[in-house]
Design a protein around this ligand. Structure first.
Ligand code: ADP
Ligand code: MG
Length: 730
């Protein structure tokens, strides 16, 4: 019953996907019909064609959908002439999916970089700017420069924003850049020569701007901190295509962007609060372990007030109350060597899923400082948040959003619920012939890694290139050590420097290459098979353990078997793997006791595979919940952000266009404020308490003693509430 039900849902999904793809095919036919004519255009004719389309779109005589076939056919012809690549039909399908504001799931190696040029060009015709989002600065430069040749050929301008620098595509190649002799495929790696440094504003003013999610998001926040509208660099959020969309909108979306300034608060108080909490008794507070909250009771508040010598903690010193409760949390809910460790005079958080240390990460709202006080280590100052936004809300600002990746389907629900993005599976250009082999499960970690090393050594002896994926840097280096013992030469790769990373991963397909990489290293750079590697079976991808998310495992497998190449994959697991230990549940111990397993003999157990699959699904769900909470929280802030940023912009605009009106506006606000507090200080019989009015004024604008006296005289002389208001507002 169950299986039938699942199959039904699955086939329904396929049906709707087939329909989505089939609906696009006639559009592809239209593009193909234009090819013969447009491919004959000469170089100088492309910008003219672009100008015609721009005019039609901008004056509204034609919609983007009307001009789509012509625009796509122009891009195809320009790509063919400028970089000698003619987008395949399936790439046109992907391009239409992106134009429709959806996610195109296209396998690694299908050429998504090129696919993006089609809808990017089309949507840039309106002149409002298109953002293409990459996972790192290097890829923003590479793709801006590489695809820049096509856009430039068509007559559009291209900007690139990086962490510290911004560029425009410069056909003259005036930048010294890297020497082309130094790199194997300059056309794909980008030499930097064709990027001219410009201001950020100029890079955003280009028709198309490439950059990372972080830079786009931070520029948005900084734009809302400027004191003059002319300092803003972005010009709205029209259309964005997010490359490696799962990495950016799912993985990176776990932490919001924050611009912060070092706090001014003294740190001694945390030690003091920690001591106060030590003096409390059990009736003074309530703890909820599930919600991780700690609150003072009535009696606790009284107790704290007595210790600190404060009289109404609730009303007068809410901040202190907050810190006391954080100190209480630190003492009762956070355990050393479970939630955090103390190392080198620092409190380091332990990741609750993986048990990995997370140096540099800090609890917020003063909790980290409270724990530091509890442990008696140096307290690091709490930083003050100046501006913050979640990626979810940043990307939801775009009028139209689209994304592409090899692995989106497992997260289809989240894309739909959070971003209203639908996932469309685009067929591959060539049939896939890669062999995904069954998992091998070992009893112990040691046994597993020995087996992995033997497997790698055997493939290496044949000359077949091997890519090994590990889930952490630590495992990555551990495996490196074992390979050394086995005498297998190899490259170690983890996400430290994405430029070097790109070159190492690009060579991973050479005969005899063995590359040990963390799962995400080198995303976006494809692995080309070296001469002869095809005959040896193509790239052999070996997973040394399961990741928390199935998607990341699929990414790894997807490195092999590109564009119809041969290839193979296999995952090695052990019952001692983190994911098994933490989430495997009973299945693991049952397998342990049922089979008397020797260390070096693998088992094939449906039970284990099922347990892993369900563990992964559970962790995925759990992580989705965390992100959902983050968005819900940020949604509240988002409303405030929109209102405040809107008002801010209005004021900044008024400063330029209508300073008189602005002044009037501010004065009338002041008058309202004054009228309100004068009103409060006026009795039913119309008698004004002059002294209280003065002290209200003092809280807004402090006067010295002499001026105070003076002002009091004037207030008294004014007499009536109306006259006093008049006097004080001027
Ligand atoms: P993806 O991002 O989908 O993994 P890439 O954009 O990195 O793939 O492209 C993979 C490789 O395929 C690149 O070397 C690129 O030059 C090549 N490629 C893409 N499209 C075409 C095409 N239409 N014709 C020839 N080569 C192509
Ligand atoms: Mg890519």
């Amino acid at each position: 019953m169950y299986t039938i039900h699942v199959l039904k849902i699955f086939s329904k999904l396929l049906d709707s996907n087939d329909r989505a793809v089939n609906d696009i095919r006639p559009i592809v036919d239209d593009v193909n019909a234009l090819e013969a004519k447009l491919s004959k255009l000469t170089k100088s004719e492309f910008p003219k064609q672009t100008a015609t389309l721009q005019a039609q779109v901008q004056d509204g005589t034609k919609s983007l959908d009307d001009v789509l076939p012509t625009a796509f056919a122009l891009v195809r012809a320009a790509a063919q002439q400028a970089i000698k690549q003619r987008p395949f039909d399936v790439q046109l399908i992907g391009g239409v999916v992106l134009h429709q504001g959806k996610i195109a799931e296209m396998r690694t190696g299908e050429g998504k970089t090129l696919v993006a040029t089609l809808p990017t060009y089309l949507n840039a015709l309106g002149g409002k700017g298109v953002h293409v989002v990459t996972v790192n600065d290097y890829l923003a430069r590479r793709d801006g420069e590489w695809m820049g040749q096509i856009y430039h050929y068509l007559g559009l301008s291209i900007g690139v924003i990086n962490h510290e620098k911004s560029y425009l595509f410069d056909p003259a190649g005036t930048n010294p850049g890297i020497l082309e002799e130094d790199i194997e495929h300059p056309e794909e790696f980008g030499t930097g020569r064709f990027l001219k440094e410009v201001t950020r504003k100029e890079a955003y003013a280009a028709d198309i701007t490439y950059g990372t999610n972080n830079e786009f998001g931070f520029d948005y926040l900084r734009d809302n901190m400027v004191l003059d509208l002319a300092q803003k660099v972005q010009r709205g959020h029209h259309y964005a295509i997010v490359d490696e969309v799962d990495s950016i909108l799912i993985d990176e979306a776990r932490t919001p962007l924050i611009i912060s300034a070092p706090g001014q608060e003294p740190t001694d108080k945390y030690y003091q609060f920690s001591k106060v909490v030590d003096l409390l008794e059990s009736k003074d507070f309530q703890i909820d372990e599930k919600l991780k909250t700690a609150n003072l009771t009535e009696s606790g508040i009284g107790h704290v007030e007595k210790i600190l010598g404060i009289d109404n903690l609730y009303e007068k010193d809410f901040k202190t109350l907050h810190h006391i409760e954080e100190a209480l949390k630190a003492k009762t809910l956070f355990k050393k060597d479970v939630d955090y460790v103390v190392r080198d005079n620092e409190v380091i958080i332990v990741d609750e899923f993986t048990g990995r240390l997370m140096p540099g990460r800090r609890y917020s709202e003063g909790l980290h400082q409270a724990i530091e006080a509890k442990e008696g280590v140096t307290i690091q100052q709490e930083s003050q948040t100046m501006a913050t936004i979640s990626f979810q809300n940043y990307f939801r600002m775009y009028e139209k959003l689209a994304g592409m990746t090899g692995t989106a389907s497992t997260e289809a629900e989240e894309f739909h619920k959070i971003y209203s993005l639908e996932v469309v599976l685009v067929p591959t250009n060539q049939p896939m012939i890669r062999m995904d082999q069954a998992d091998l499960v070992y009893k112990s970690l040691a046994g597993k890694f020995e087996a992995i090393a033997r497997d790698i050594a055997a493939a290496h002896k044949k000359g077949q290139p091997v890519l090994v994926g590990t889930t952490s840097i630590e495992k990555n280096e551990y495996l490196g050590g074992i390979l050394k013992k086995h005498g297998v030469p190899h490259e170690i790769l983890n996400a430290k420097n994405n430029e070097k990373e790109a070159h190492i991963i690009a060579r991973a397909g050479a005969v005899g290459a063995v590359t040990v990489a963390t799962n995400l290293a080198g995303r976006g750079v494809d692995i080309k098979l070296g001469p002869g590697a095809k005959d040896l079976g193509g790239l052999y991808v070996l997973g040394s353990e399961r990741h928390e998310a199935r998607r990341i495992d699929n990414q790894l497998r997807g490195r092999s078997g590109l564009q119809g190449d041969p290839g193979a994959t296999r995952f090695y697991l052990s019952l001692e793997d983190d994911i098994m230990r933490l989430f495997g549940g009973d299945a693991v111990s049952r397998v342990m006791s049922t089979f008397k397993l020797p260390e070096d003999v693998p088992i094939e157990s449906g039970l284990v595979s099922k347990a892993i699959e369900s563990a992964q699904t559970r962790v995925e769900g759990h992580n989705f919940d965390i992100r959902k909470q983050l968005v819900e929280y940020d949604d509240v802030m988002n409303k405030q952000r929109q209102i405040i940023y809107g008002r801010r912009d209005k004021i900044l605009a008024d400063v330029q266009t209508d300073p008189e009106a602005l002044k009037k506006n501010i004065l009338s606000k002041i008058k309202d404020e004054v009228a309100s507090f004068v009103g409060i200080q006026t009795s039913e019989h119309g008698e004004v308490n002059f002294e209280e009015v003065l002290s209200e004024v003092q809280t807004i604008v402090p006067f010295d003693e002499k001026s105070q006296k003076n002002l009091l005289e004037q207030i008294k002389a004014a007499g009536s509430p109306e006259k006093i208001t008049e006097l004080l507002s001027s």
